[in-house]
Each structure stands twice: as C-alpha cells, then as structure tokens.
Design a protein around this ligand. Structure first.
Ligand code: XMP
Length: 326
C-alpha cells in the first residue's frame, strides 16, 4: 500500500478521543522508526510544524532537535511564543537562530516579488543547513507535511522547503501528520496541549511579512507592517473574530501619501487592511466588517505606528485580486 494514500477506512479525526487514539498510535510508530537516534525539525511556529514538534517531544523527548529560524519577517511575538511554548513549557531541545540581519541584508534593494521569495527560500535552507552541520548524529528529518500538500504537489511543503538540502544532508523523513487534513491537525494540536493561538492560527505565507512590505523591504516600513498587523490581530481577537475571519493582515506599500502629523505636513505610508473569507485560498470574499471596529483599528494604527498617515480597507475579492499584495 502507498504510504502517501489515505486509507478510505481512516476516520476523520474530529474529537479529542479520536485525537488521543491518533497520538498513541503515532507515538508507537515514531519510537519504532526513530529508535534511539536523533531527529531534526525546522520549527516555524505554524500549526503543522508545531504539532509535529509536540508529537515528537512526547514520543522521543530530547532526541528531537528543533531549529527555529527568525528571518525577521515573522509577526510580532511569534519567535517569543515558539521559545515560550517549546523551550520553556515543553522542555524541548530548541535552537533559536537570529538570522534577521542576514535576511534583511540579502533582501535590501530587491523589489521583484519572485526574486524576494527566492532569496527568502534559499537563505532559509542555507541557515538550516548550517545548523544541521553543527549537529552530530542526526539521522532523521521531521516535516509538517499534511495531506493537502501531498494531493496538491509532490509532497514537499513549499514553505517548509527543507527538501532543498544538499545530497550529503539527505536524512530519512519523519512525517507523522502527512495523512491528515488541516482541521484534523488542529484537533490533534489541541489534544497535545498547544495554545489556541497556535492551533487556530490563520494561514501565514512562508515569506512572511516580506510579501506585505511591497517592493524593496526597508526595516522601518517592515516595522510598520509588523506593528499595524499586531494591532489588527489584537482588535479582531477583542471583537471575537479570531477563527471566524479566515485571514486578515495589513500591508504597507512602497509609496507615500500626504498627511498632517502634529500640525506639520507629513509624507508617510498608507496601511492597507486586508480581511478575507475563503475555503482553500483559490477564491476569497471580503467580509462586511463592523464600521466601529474599522474606525477603532484605524485610530490605533494612526496614533501608534510611526511613519503612517493613512489607513485603507481593501474591498477586492479573489479573483480578480490575489489575497496577498505581491
Ligand atoms: P494569494 O496571494 O496567491 O494567496 O491569493 C493564497 C494563499 O497563499 C498564501 N501565500 C503564500 N503561502 N508561500 C506560502 O507559503 C507564498 O509565497 C505565498 N504567497 C501567498 C496567502 O497568504 C494566502 O493564504
């Protein structure tokens, strides 16, 4: 039987009981596969890699080595949450790599969206490879591949793309959630005790905030993206919209507009709020958000985020617009 095909008899994991049964079964299988060897995982803090990390910590403890690469394009608080949950609460073996300067230096002056994506992907593999080479005795590479990844591509998760490692670093793969759908991964994550903020996280692109700081990324504009996004997420959570709106974020384009800041004429950036509902990201609609909520978010962004003098709410559905700005 092809191990990449989900058996028809496999029940949809929809309850804590079914999740517990899956976890017990996987612990057994992971222990059999890994034995007393070491396994490496690129832990982004996204749902899939977090669930794989939690499963492996339960199954093989410190034999798992997690590498969290901070490329500077993560959302506010994300690297801190990964360290808090995995190192402090779960006592995982976690290597935190501060690669912020490295990524931002490589990206400086690069305006083309696909060139930016390529740099981010290639640099990620390079950083991960460097960390892997420092470690002895690694025989396995864990990946957060899920069933839609297998159905839609060749099974390699584009944004976790550690499949691009050189020949001498080809480890045997460990992919414990590869037959699960996203909703099942979340049920398993909840049963493993991961925080709701991680388990019910909205989709987040591999190149992170890099595609929301359009054109050539500058550090100050990137901070405007990060801070405005944090305000948007906080206000959506306060309004009970977390998990109800499919994806929401801010983008800051690389042009300026006039405003008046502290009585003086300013020439600052606009912040664009994007909120969409979707099932599988191939099409998306724009929800009719409460006006008072939009006003509150606007007021906060204008008063709290340096370098910003305008806030826009985007009304475009997909198609014709894509969800991200580049
Ligand atoms: P678009 O902008 O194409 O986005 O309508 C559809 C969904 O994919 C996410 N997205 C990406 N995810 N790497 C990723 O892993 C990427 O380069 C990328 N670009 C877009 C986007 O956030 C949305 O959920």
């Amino acid at each position: 039987m092809d191990s990449n095909v989900r058996p028809e008899s496999m029940a949809r994991i929809s309850t804590p009981e079914l999740a517990e049964a899956f976890i017990s079964e996987q612990m057994e299988l992971l222990r059999q596969q890994i034995g007393d060897k070491k396994v490496l995982l690129a832990l982004s803090g996204g749902v899939d890699s977090s669930v794989v990390a939690a499963l492996l910590i339960k199954a093989v403890g410190k034999q798992l080595v997690c590498v969290h690469v901070n490329h500077g394009l993560l959302r506010k608080g994300e690297p801190e949450q990964v360290i808090e949950v995995f190192r402090n609460q779960m006592d995982a073996n976690l290597i935190y790599v501060d690669a912020v300067d490295r990524f931002l230096d490589k990206l400086a002056g690069v305006a083309d969206p696909e060139a930016k994506r390529k740099i981010i992907g290639a640099e990620f593999i390079r950083v991960f490879e460097e960390e892997a080479r420092k470690l002895d005795g690694i025989e396995f590479l864990a990946q957060g591949t899920i069933y839609p990844d297998i159905l839609e591509s060749d099974g390699v998760k584009a944004h976790h793309n550690v499949g691009g490692l050189p020949e001498d670093l080809q480890f045997e793969l460990v992919e414990p959630v590869k037959l699960l759908y996203k909703d099942e991964v979340r049920v398993v994550g909840k049963a493993l005790g991961l925080p709701d903020g991680m388990v019910f996280r909205q989709p987040f692109p591999g190149p992170g905030l890099g595609v929301r700081c359009t054109g050539a990324i500058t550090r100050d504009r990137l901070e405007a993206v990060r801070e405005s996004d944090a305000i948007l997420r906080e206000e959506f959570a306060n309004a009970g919209l977390q998990g109800k709106v499919w994806q929401y974020f801010t983008s800051v384009p690389d042009f300026r507009a006039t405003g008046i800041v502290n009585g003086k004429r300013a020439y600052d950036w606009p912040v664009i709020i994007r909120a969409v509902n979707s099932v599988d990201a191939t099409s998306a609609t724009v929800p009719e958000l409460d006006w008072a909520l939009l006003k509150k978010i606007t007021d906060r962004i204008l008063s709290e985020v340096p370098g910003v003098c305008r806030v826009l709410y985007e009304l475009s559905p997909k198609p014709i617009s894509t969800i991200e700005w580049e």
